[in-house]
Design a protein around this ligand. Sequence first.
Ligand code: ADP
Ligand code: MG
Length: 249
Amino acid sequence: MTQQISTEPIIELRHVDKHYGDLHVLKDINLTVHKGEVLVVVGPSGSGKSTMCRTVNRLETIDSGEILIEGEPLPQEGRELTRMRAELGMVFQSFNLFAHMSILQNVTLGPIEVLGMKKDEAEARAMELLARVGVAEQAAKSPAQLSGGQQQRAAIARSLAMHPKAMMFDEPTSALDPEMINEVLDVMVELARGGMTMVVVTHEMNFARRVADRVVFMADGQIVEEGTPAEFFDHPKTQRARDFLDSIK
Ligand code: ADP
Ligand code: MG
C-alpha cells in the first residue's frame, strides 16, 4: 500500500533468541522494518508473534541478539526506556485503556506526563485524534461506556498522541465482535496510507493482502517465509505456510 518505502530502518531485530524455561520461543529472528513500511506478521497460535512484538518494546527481555530502534540499541531501563516505549505505539488485543479515566484523559495522559505538553494543548491534540478515529463524541465517557470497536479506536488515538515512530498492533481486532472489525481496520488502513510505519500481527488476511508491503510468516519461533502479499498468499514456498493458509480458509 505504501507508495514509497524508504531504506531507513526503524526497527531491527538481529539474531534475537529467547527462551521461556525450556521453550525456545524466538529462534534467531532477523527482521528489519523500514520507515513507512507496513509489515504484517501471520502464523499459527503459539508461534511467538506476540513475544516478538513485546521484545521490541522491552516488555520482554531477550536472551541474545540485538534490537535497534532507528539504529540505536534498545535502552535497558529508566527515562530513556520510557521515552522509547512512548515512541513505539503498541495496540493489543485487549484494549488496555485506563478504566478509571475518561477517554480524553486516556489520550492526554502520556503527552502531559511523558512529553511535558501543556494540558490545553494536549486536549486540543487529543480531540483532533479522537475525531480522526471517529470517537470524538465519546471523549468525556469512561472506556466501559464505549463499544469494543470504539475502545480500540480510542486506544489507537492514545498511541498516536505520543507521535510514535512506528505502531505495533498485536491482533487488534481479535477480541471484537465481527461488525466492529472493519471500523478498526479502516482506521489502520488510513494510518498506513498516511505513511505510518506499522507492524501488524493479524488473522485478517484481506487486510494483509490489501495493506501489507511485506508479509512475514512465523511458525515455532522462527520466521519461515517472507515476501509480498502476492508472493506469500498466492505462491507460498513452504508446506508449513500452505498448511497454515489452508487452515484459515
Ligand atoms: P503467538 O502470539 O504467536 O500466539 P506467543 O508469543 O504468545 O505466540 O507465545 C509463544 C509461546 O510462548 C507459546 O507456546 C506460549 O505458550 C509461550 N509463552 C508466551 N508467554 C509466556 C510466558 N510469559 N511464560 C511462559 N511461556 C510463555
Ligand atoms: Mg499472540
